[in-house]
Design a protein. Sequence first.
Length: 295
Amino acid sequence: MDTVRETNDEQAELWNGAGGQGWLQAAELIDQVLRPIEGLLVEAAVAGSPAASASPRRVLDVGCGTGGVTRTLARTLGAGSHCVGADISEPMIAAARAQAEREGGQVSFLHADAQSHPFEPGGFDLIISRFGVMFFDDFGRAFGNLRRAAAEDAELRFVVWRGMAENPFMTTAERAAAPLLPELPARDPDAPGQFALADADRLRRLLAEGGWTGIDIQPADVACALPERELVRYLTLLGPVGRALQEADDQLRAKVIEAVRPAFDPFVHGTEVRFTAACWLVAARAAGAPAGTGV
């Protein structure tokens, strides 16, 4: 049975509304762009400790979106394991379930706020997330709730963005569109959102307060790309600009595209748009692991 306790109301509204609709329309493209990061995360999730080779495995994918990473990890782990994807967005969970029905495999999907959902205590021996844990509005509570869902000696593996200055591609559209879209919200690095966990010291503290040990935070600079022909669709569906354009008239939309598209020229190389995703690759344990050697 699905349970969403709307403690994170702002994010629930976003991802069940404009944010979720934009992501749904671009889901296949997003998975394509982020596939190198998916590979990095899956590799980290299945390696690195004796527990990683244990089977069967009970896996939770936090902020799973339309379930691409969940399904990839399930295929990688193989028979005997089961992967559960959880997301606050009902439309994205519906899409994930529909794809899972078509593909089959040992996966299921839960419409839930992982910050507060009453997961079975100790029910998972691996918890992962690709850019899904930055949107909690109470990180201490969220990481504590995931810790309670983790079995003894369970592993936590996730990827989050580093800072805005290191990820110029991610803010190019809003910088270029700002004169035309004065209502665009200012980025608050401490608020729930893309760069909420960019500060490694803060991230380490939040994980420790949530009961995680053996915390290891490593920088990862990942080369990503998308077809140049998809760039306009990408920038008009995603992020603050994409959400603003969902409510814009045709004239304003055309003006924004005219202003924003040239701002991406430094990233265009022939038929490809290339950028570096500056991320943190994070590992932690539910108990019994030595302190990490990362940042």
